[in-house]
Design a protein around this ligand. Structure first.
Ligand code: PA5
Length: 444
């Protein structure tokens, strides 16, 4: 018998406090966009919605697995993912969620590090760690990930770490580098010249939509994540996210819900995740929304200055930091709660006689039970205070669940962009600071 697939559950739609009329209007609009997405599903990587088709690409999964196997055959002790923004956030999200934030301490064989920004102290420490490995004649893999191939931080960090690699692997350094980039980028050319392994990012797949491409798949496969399950989860939710009825379509429904908040001048969307190891997933979504929906101009080029401010909170940690604001402050925030139906492990609180006088009724209870009680208590308080929210329950920490969640969120973002009349795939204003930085770097 085939195992029953564990799907993510969407609940508490009524707590979003959105009128039926909003859904009726959205339904008429989103039907058109859902049809465009359905069409895109038949067009491989030829449409701007190319990301939709990544999870269906078996050849992609196979070629990534081949490169990962060949790289693992070098028996590396360290993998450094050099990339920033859409080029590393998805990988870190899945890795932290499934391998855990203490993975490096607990996993003796292959440790992973993310070199994103050019913080000198962080890079100095990373260089020291890398050099320790190289001195012991261990293999260190550099995965340079950049769609454009020219991002300042990524190029600087790649140059620094490559220099160190060459010092210890003078004639064979090329074996330890994998470049993930667009086939038309200069980085691709460098990879060809230097004989680095190269993995292509389809031209129509932008950074923040690329987690299901080689960008996410290669490092995740190296780290033991079941990338087939990640893709399967994404595929399985895509069908419902292309349904024409908003009621049946979780991405259209959540997009409409967020859009409805926007109509009520609620411009902050807080993703409140009740699992410490989901913080990076929240940050991945934050970037997806920030860059896709924060726009100066609408599709027609009219100045609109539209945006939804994505924030991330961790339960229960941030209840001791922000709950006062969330439950007492301005009515300016919509919340999506994310919880697990079950965690990968559980622990029962032992009786501790010396703490008896502090008893908070937790002795003998499991940590899952306590976490669940807190999350439920928070949702009741939100309802009582008319703080709008919806809730998502992930069945468990699994690649299949993460695949569903991430694909749902990417499609939700596309629908939301449609409702807000924005292009979800460009980021023209990011150029404003990049241009100034380039000028400063060029002229000292
Ligand atoms: O989502 C995006 O497009 C961006 O966040 C990019 O991923 C980020 O700027 C890094 O760009 P690149 O992959 O070209 O180095």
């Amino acid at each position: 018998m085939k195992p029953v697939k564990k799907v993510i559950q969407f609940t508490d739609w009524d707590a979003a406090l959105i009128e039926d009329a909003t859904f009726e209007i959205a339904e008429r609009h989103l039907e058109m966009e859902a049809n465009v997405l359905r069409q895109a599903r038949t067009q491989n990587y030829d449409s701007p919605y190319a990301f939709l088709n990544l999870p269906y690409d078996d050849a992609l999964g196979q070629s990534v697995s081949r490169v990962a196997q060949a790289t693992l055959a070098l028996e590396p002790s360290m993998l450094i993912v050099i990339g920033i923004g859409g080029s590393n956030l998805g990988t870190k999200a899945v890795h932290d969620a499934l391998n855990g934030i203490f993975y490096n301490e607990l996993n003796a064989t292959l440790k992973v590090y993310f070199a994103d920004t050019t913080d000198p102290d962080m890079l100095t420490a990373l260089v020291r760690i890398m050099e320790t490995q190289l001195k012991q004649d261990r293999a260190v893999i550099l995965n340079i990930v950049s769609k454009s191939g020219t991002t300042t931080e990524t190029v600087a960090n790649a140059a620094l770490l490559l220099d160190l690699l060459k010092k210890y692997k003078k004639d064979s350094y090329h074996k330890y580098v994998v470049a993930t980039t667009d086939e038309n980028s200069k980085l691709w050319q460098v990879a060809q010249q230097e004989k680095f392994a190269a993995l292509a990012i389809p031209a129509n797949v932008g950074g923040r939509y690329s987690v299901m491409s080689a960008v996410g798949l290669f490092p995740l496969a190296m780290l033991g994540i079941d990338i087939k399950q990640l893709h399967e989860g994404a595929r399985d939710i895509t069908d419902s996210c292309l349904e024409l009825s908003v009621e049946e379509n979780p991405a259209a429904r959540s997009a409409t819900t967020i859009f409805g908040q926007y109509g009520k001048n609620i411009f902050i969307h807080n993703t409140f995740l009740f699992a410490s190891e989901l913080e990076s997933l929240g940050k991945w979504y934050r970037q997806l929304v920030g860059e896709s929906l924060g726009k100066e101009k609408n599709k027609a080029g009219r100045v609109v200055h539209v945006g939804i401010t994505p924030t991330v909170a961790i339960g229960s940690t941030d209840l001791h930091s922000l709950a006062q604001l969330y439950l007492g402050g301005p009515y300016d925030t919509f919340t999506t709660f994310v919880t697990y139906a079950s965690f990968a492990t559980d622990i029962t609180i032992p009786p501790a006689p010396e703490l008896k006088s502090l008893d908070t009724n937790t002795q003998g209870l499991s940590l899952t039970h306590i976490m669940d009680a807190i999350a439920r208590g928070v949702k009741v308080a939100y309802r009582n205070e008319l703080r709008p929210f919806i809730a998502i329950e992930l069945p468990e920490p699994s690649a299949y669940a993460l695949g569903q969640f991430m694909q749902w969120k990417m499609i939700e973002t596309v629908y939301l962009a449609y409702l807000l009349d924005l292009n979800p795939f460009d980021q023209p204003n990011v150029e404003l600071y990049k241009r100034e930085t380039r000028k400063i770097l060029n002229h000292g």
